[in-house]
Design a binder for this molecule. Structure first.
Ligand SMILES: [Ca+2]
Ligand SMILES: [Ca+2]
Length: 122
């Protein structure tokens, strides 16, 4: 081995040692991802707002389809339901189911708009 080869080998050993030392350096531990409570709450609010918006549109459409006299609300005949069941939905007792009352009924029973006689089971 001549001097030049010796220097090259020493240089390679130094480089390898440097790489090993670098690889063995302690690394900062990754910070575990944590849920941002503010973001989670904002997401929940957005989902609820969208749900309520969809519910409101579905209820409005339901009333539109059944509102035979066009007064914007539903009476027992338009709903095809008995007085007892109707009275449970008619929370203000005015003899009509408003959009708000229908929304409340749907929130209490998500299946309220299903089927041919939708509010029977409320
Ligand atoms: Ca009506
Ligand atoms: Ca009412």
């Amino acid at each position: 081995m001549n001097i030049l080869e010796g220097i090259t080998q020493v240089g390679a050993i130094i480089n390898t040692t440097r790489d090993v030392v670098e690889a063995l350096k302690p690394r900062p531990k990754p910070v575990p991802l944590q849920a941002d409570p503010g973001a989670a709450e904002a997401y929940k609010c957005a989902v609820r707002a969208r749900f309520l918006d969809e519910l409101n549109r579905a209820s409005a459409r339901f009333i539109e389809l059944r509102d035979l006299d066009g007064n914007g609300s539903l009476d027992p005949i338009e709903l095809e339901m008995g007085q007892e069941a109707f009275a449970r939905l008619d929370t203000n007792g005015d003899g009509e189911i408003s959009l708000s009352e229908l929304n409340q009924a749907c929130l209490a029973n998500p299946n309220v708009l299903n089927g041919d006689n939708p509010i029977v089971n409320v």
